[in-house]
Design a protein around this ligand. Structure first.
Ligand SMILES: O=C(O)CCC(=O)C(=O)O
Ligand SMILES: [Fe+2]
Length: 287
């Protein structure tokens, strides 16, 4: 590939990811001081987009691999919805774009606070990797109820990208009520167990961005978390929470380096998740 066409490809990649303004900046800078865009960036993006191009989304849906948690209406997941090569390409892309500066937890040189979360706000552009994930959620026959799946103009307009190293997890929580119903998570990299329990009044107050220790708070004594419902999340898996699963149950990931589920011994390794949500429209008078 000649220099010109490589430069053009890089500009296209930039345009896809960041819109026109950043392309201009890159071009302007290029005239003054030969800016080279990071190779690994376009490698991880173009490799991922190459994998995505080869996928016919409807072939990914597999009724036999799609499960609903009987006790938790609205919790639906499909194991390995993304084939291994595509999941690995996603992992490398996300790691590079969001966390390339992030040392693994426990590294002694880790003086700066670790970056363990990335965010994407706004509707996903057509050739963005997240619009591929959004399209899966739109077309999948059973991840989300039709009323959510068919919402317009976009199904989601925010993505959170979480990084977990080794023992890291996330406390039990109900997602903030500033997000609409219908939350979907894709898992990449190492495995983990996601645990669900009935939400308490305190969990709901937190989700409503109110202080759970306030007048309506619930005493810690009342809480008994023995009865977790657990699912194993591996690279390429997807889970969706709507209705009761989204509002009446918490979800979380334990802080541990090893765990067991249904006879499996699970050793944690770097995991990156992408959670897709839609912000409640603040102009609709509902919040
Ligand atoms: O890592 C995950 O899959 C869960 C992330 C999550 O629950 C959140 O960011 O609200
Ligand atoms: Fe969450």
């Amino acid at each position: 590939m000649g220099t010109n066409s490589k430069g053009e490809t890089e500009r296209e990649l930039f345009r896809d990811l960041f819109g026109d303004s950043d392309v201009e900046t890159a071009e302007t800078q290029e005239h003054c001081k030969q800016v080279t865009l990071p190779n690994t960036f376009d490698n991880s993006y173009s490799h991922l987009m190459g994998c995505i191009k080869n996928v016919d989304i409807r072939t990914l849906f597999n009724n036999d691999a799609t499960e609903e948690a009987r006790e938790i209406p609205g919790l639906v997941f499909q194991k390995r919805i993304l084939p291994p090569e595509l999941s690995t390409a996603f992992f490398k892309y996300l790691e590079h774009v969001y966390f390339s500066e992030t040392p693994k937890s426990g590294d002694t040189c880790d003086i700066q606070p670790r970056t363990n979360q990335g965010m994407y706000f706004g509707e996903f552009p057509q050739f963005h990797p997240f619009s591929f994930l959004e399209q899966i959620c739109r077309l999948h026959p059973s991840l989300l109820p039709a009323s959510i799946r068919n919402r317009t103009p976009s199904l989601f307009n925010q993505a959170i990208i979480n990084l977990y190293d080794d023992e890291e997890g996330i406390g039990d929580h109900v997602d903030l009520f500033r997000f609409e119903d219908g939350v979907v998570g894709f898992s990449f990299g190492g495995p983990c167990v996601m645990q669900f329990r009935k939400a308490t009044q305190a969990d709901k107050l937190k989700a409503a961005a109110q202080d759970p220790k306030g007048p309506y708070g619930v005493s810690k004594k009342a809480l008994c978390y023995e009865n977790y419902h657990k699912i194993l999340l591996e690279s390429g898996d997807v889970y969706a929470m709507s209705g009761e699963a989204r509002y009446e149950w918490t979800h979380g990931i334990k802080e541990t380096s090893r765990e067991h589920l249904q006879g499996f011994d699970i050793a944690r390794a770097r995991r990156i998740s992408v959670t897709l949500r839609k912000l409640v429209d603040s102009n609709n008078g509902c919040n």
